[in-house]
Design a protein around this ligand. Sequence first.
Ligand SMILES: Nc1ncnc2c1ncn2[C@@H]1O[C@H](COP(=O)(O)OP(=O)(O)OP(=O)(O)O)[C@@H](O)[C@H]1O
Length: 283
Amino acid sequence: MTDHAARVHGLTVRRPGFAINDLSLTLPRGTVLGLVGPNGAGKTTTIRALLGLLAPDAGRIEVFDRPAGSTEALARTGIVLDEPTAAPEWSVHSISRRLRPFYPGFDERFFEELLARLSVPISRRVAELSRGEGIKLSLATALAQRPDLLILDEPSSGLDPASRREIGDLIREFMIDPDHAVLFSTHVTTDLAGLADVLVILVDGAIAYQGSLFAVTEEFAMVRGSGAPPTGPVLGLRGTENQWSALIRVQDSAGFGPDVVIDDASIDDVIVHLAADTPGVPA
Ligand SMILES: Nc1ncnc2c1ncn2[C@@H]1O[C@H](COP(=O)(O)OP(=O)(O)OP(=O)(O)O)[C@@H](O)[C@H]1O
């Protein structure tokens, strides 16, 4: 049995004005990977490649050692994308019956339990659901397929805090099985705490950071100051001459004088500063 739920090797996708070049990452079993990054960083593109929904220009992508998008790979993958997985005219309570022929392992009892737990109104048509209810329905549908890998593209967007917490709880319950794995992209980086084992920060189609959530503060720091912006080894700079903040590597901290404040960097600090346009500063 492979130790990896998913492996991306040398993923290359070229679009006008955007490219992912030679991106590699692995998702071991037993791991929750949080994929974060600014708008347009390539998170959805990477997820679509993992699902076999786009043909990359180069690269090898495998899910449980099968090519991404193959029947075997998809049969073991539960998917929550930002559009509902069910047809808009279906009523929620008819979904089990409609999906049964396509997913022989579809667990109807668990599906109904999840709908009740997530307060998805079962008498409505899919088109009538609110955005948050639609996401919860997609998650219930994905989990009821009893997958080994769960891939979620921004499941938190459109969800109230209680529902976001409920989704976190469901992911934790899914991960009780050590063979399972989860990849989820999010803009709500606070949702990663206590959930993601591995954090991948994607900026401009490239991995800017890959490691534990906690090690972000071991690798990056913030320098804040006023007056002339720093000329040292800065990864990203924001602000004005009156007040600026710069992202640096922790090992470069000693190069800054006493007139600046050096702080821990949060995940959001890293994303915001790596995405900042920093003229003349190597990113
Ligand atoms: N089919 C397409 N044709 C051309 N460009 C595309 C296509 N799909 C995505 N892009 C571009 O690729 C880049 C990456 O998009 P992607 O959706 O992967 O970003 P993202 O990180 O998921 O962003 P967001 O956080 O906004 O959802 C963007 O600049 C987008 O405009």
